[in-house]
Design a protein around this ligand. Structure first.
Ligand SMILES: [Zn+2]
Length: 344
């Protein structure tokens, strides 16, 4: 098969027993379809560990997310959360989750779901790793929890996965710094409203995913889903937006790389990515080295004036271009960093 796509499936459950017999072939088909990278997302302690194992087996293609999915928090044993925290330190754990809230299955008491959601958000701020957020029939609650976190700490680094909410929910999440990811449902004939939401998401915040083995896109609906099929989802969104499939694939992959790395923020390495735009919240476009989560050291110069600021007034700092020289250091809490072009 020839293709010129470059796709990133940002949400897959490759540990599922339906992949046990043919995972290498599944990933070969993904590569043949242009899907170069996959995030394997855990739902409990064991599948988080299994996701890291798969990431180790297929290091070029797979990174992991570790966490306790809201439908599984009631069955979490004592020590499961501590194990997630331990697994999160693994360099192949590119993200935390999936977490979030779910009123559809109603398998865990809602306060318990909220407690674990808050733990993931807190761990995300402490580790600098993004959160993968599940939301089913709980849009208002998810936005409420995120806004409480946002108001206290600033932008939330993460993704609303398999988004099925309305335009207002998407806008609220985008305004708090989140990415929005679409799965196979956007290809269903009856999903015109969801396609309209996908059309309106800014190009630099859009992601695609399969959520496999569930929810296969048209024309595979009803079958086992797999990462290769994300090409169908991307094609439908591209058509809706009036873009070429190749353009949308490249853009969403660029976004996914900015979110899931490498290099991840706070990893201690050169932290530089093309394609981000100023005027937003903390972005890896600035050429700096993060030696810890409390200060940054510039690795290069920045063209034009800019201002770095933090919502916590006592820690606000500003820097001019003269400060953006290699070796110069700024002390700021990086979690809440915002940068803008200086005016004038
Ligand atoms: Zn999932």
């Amino acid at each position: 098969m020839t293709h010129n796509l470059m796709l990133f499936d940002t949400h897959a459950h490759l540990f599922d027993e339906r992949f046990a017999g043919d995972l290498p072939a599944v990933l070969e088909r993904a590569a043949a379809a242009g899907v170069g990278r996959v995030v394997c997302v855990g739902i409990d302690r064991d599948t988080s560990a299994a996701s890291l194992d798969i990431a180790r087996r297929f290091p070029a293609a797979v990174v992991a997310a570790v966490g306790l999915q809201p439908n599984h928090v009631a069955e979490a044993a004592a020590g499961d959360w501590d194990e997630v925290v331990r697994l999160a330190a693994d360099p192949r754990a590119a993200a935390l989750g999936e977490t979030g809230l779910d009123r559809y299955w109603d398998r865990a008491p809602f306060p318990q779901q909220e407690d674990y959601f808050a733990r993931h958000l807190d761990l995300s701020r402490r580790t600098g790793k993004p959160v993968v957020i599940h939301c089913r029939e709980a849009e208002a609650d998810v936005v409420r929890v995120l806004r409480a976190d946002f108001d206290r700490h600033g932008p939330v680094r993460g993704v609303m996965h398999s988004f099925t909410g309305d335009a207002a929910t998407a806008e609220a999440c985008l305004a708090m710094g989140l990415y929005v990811s679409f799965a196979g449902m956007v290809t269903y004939k009856t999903a015109a409203d969801l396609r309209a939401v996908a059309k309106a998401v800014p190009a630099d915040r859009l992601l695609v995913e399969t959520d496999c083995p569930y929810l296969a896109p048209v024309p595979h609906r009803g079958k086992r889903n797999e990462p290769a099929f994300v090409a169908h989802t991307a094609a439908v969104i591209a058509a809706e937006r009036g873009e070429s499939a190749a353009t949308l694939a490249a853009r969403t992959s660029e976004n996914a790389t900015a979110l899931f790395g490498p290099p991840a923020p706070y990893a201690g390495g050169p932290n530089r990515a093309a394609g981000s735009t100023p005027g937003g919240y903390f972005s890896p476009v600035l050429p700096f080295l993060c030696s810890s989560s409390n200060f940054l050291t510039f690795a290069g110069s920045v063209d034009g004036g800019f201002v770095l600021s933090s919502p916590q007034p006592t820690r606000t700092a500003a820097a001019s271009t003269t400060a953006a020289r290699p070796g110069n250091r700024i002390d700021m809490p990086l979690h809440s960093l915002r940068w803008d072009r200086a005016s004038g």
